[in-house]
Design a protein around this ligand. Structure first.
Ligand code: COA
Length: 262
């Protein structure tokens, strides 16, 4: 099967949906899948009509059960480099996109699957979702940024427990520790609520969303003083946008705002 069929892309009404579709291998992420996903995220970024991206999977059993372990077998520290670098670069690209990316997670989100979900802005999950970083059981460690992003999301102690044990956690536990934003009873509800969130975000002013994402991402990277300085700079930028004029005028005129994303 070609990698194009292993990942699907669809865009409608401002929402691009990228769907991992390798069900026989529980959506294991081989190099071709990672490269195809990367191309689709870039397509979504460059398409001016797209305002929000959803990352999901075609079947219920797995969001992605991690990097494709068959590609590990004959590699050493040198030859594994393209695998780790392409996965890390994909995650960085998702984070640096100007548009919000929602991970809609059903089934297993393990290893690279969990790591890519963590690079997304918002994670919604169904009750059947299972999260984990099981790399330790292969004698390796997370390589798409799990040791960096998991402690930032859930705290160092819980991240260490998850990465040292490799244990899976259920959706309700993922919700409790802050790894996901919301959990829904069924996959159908998950899909409907993900789309509802995406459609809400489509209506928001695009420049402000982009700048908010940049400023929020800096919370992971900068000391507080520099973070606040960055926020001041991008806050001021929003004051030169048409959307700020429209938003403030709409409020004061007691009418709904209609943003042009400029
Ligand atoms: N890489 C490659 N193949 C994988 C895979 C992965 N990460 N995860 C699942 N698969 C394949 C299995 O080898 C199997 O292929 P086969 O039918 O050709 O034998 C198929 O997907 C179905 O998986 P299976 O293990 O039979 O399903 P299960 O329901 O018994 O178990 C999991 C599901 C997720 C618990 C189990 O597949 C698993 O532990 N996968 C690896 C998870 C992991 O370590 N990820 C991190 C990688 S760095």
């Amino acid at each position: 099967m070609s990698s194009e069929q292993d990942v699907l892309y669809q865009a409608a009404e401002g929402v691009a949906t990228i769907t991992i579709n390798r069900p026989k291998k529980l959506n294991a992420l081989n190099l071709a899948v990672i490269k195809t996903m990367r191309g689709f995220f870039q397509q979504a970024e460059e398409d001016q009509s797209v305002r929000v991206v959803i990352l999901t999977s075609a079947e219920d059993k797995a969001f992605a059960a991690g990097a494709d372990i068959t590609e590990f077998k004959d590699r050493n520290s040198n030859t594994v480099r393209p695998l780790v670098e392409s996965g890390q670069e994909l995650c960085r690209y998702i984070e640096s996109m100007s548009k919000p990316v929602i991970a809609s997670v059903n089934g297993f989100a393990l290893g690279g699957g969990c790591e890519i979900a963590m690079a997304c802005d918002i994670r919604y999950a169904s009750a059947n979702a299972r999260f984990g970083q099981p790399e330790i059981n292969l004698g390796i460690i997370p390589g798409y940024g799990g040791s960096a992003r998991l402690p930032r999301l859930v705290g160092l102690g819980i991240a260490k427990e998850m990465i040292y044990t490799g244990d899976q956690i259920k959706a309700d536990e993922a919700l409790r520790i802050g790894l996901v934003n919301k959990v829904f009873d069924t996959v159908e509800t998950l899909r409907a609520e993900t789309l509802k969130l995406a459609k809400t975000l489509v209506t928001k002013p695009g420049v402000a969303i982009r700048l908010a994402k940049q400023s929020l991402n800096k919370a992971w990277e900068l000391p507080l003083g520099q973070n606040l300085k960055f926020e001041t700079d991008v806050f001021r930028q929003t004051f030169d946008t048409k959307d700020k004029v429209e938003g403030v005028d709409a409020f004061l005129s007691k009418r709904p705002a209609k943003f042009s994303h400029r």
